[in-house]
Design a protein around this ligand. Structure first.
Ligand SMILES: NC(=O)c1ccc[n+]([C@@H]2O[C@H](COP(=O)([O-])OP(=O)(O)OC[C@H]3O[C@@H](n4cnc5c(N)ncnc54)[C@H](O)[C@@H]3O)[C@@H](O)[C@H]2O)c1
Length: 62
């Protein structure tokens, strides 16, 4: 399962995974609540913005 809000990511980078029967993609902001059915063994959290973007147009707070 992969989760990304595609703010800087590109769906084309994972297109090759969509045919896999056990692969699911959630277009979702990881900072927002989401219910994921079933059990998760691990969460590998790599969602982040490049530092220069956190101080410019993607910044959520002044
Ligand atoms: N690439 C490297 O060589 C490297 C080395 C060391 C550490 N890291 C760390 O690994 C992490 C990921 O790096 P990367 O190179 O894959 O970055 P990346 O920018 O390629 O990927 C980050 C992804 O996070 C997504 N994203 C951002 N905010 C999100 C949110 N709120 N909800 C859902 N998705 C969100 C973006 O759309 C993007 O697809 C970063 O924390 C980076 O500092 C990367």
């Amino acid at each position: 399962m992969a989760m990304d809000n595609l703010i800087t990511g590109d769906i084309r980078n994972i297109e090759h995974l969509f045919h896999l029967p056990n692969f699911e993609f959630y277009h979702h902001d990881v900072s927002k609540y989401i219910h994921v059915p079933g059990e998760l063994d691990y969460i590998l959290h790599f969602a982040s913005l490049p530092a220069q973007l956190t101080t410019s147009k993607f910044r959520s707070r002044p």
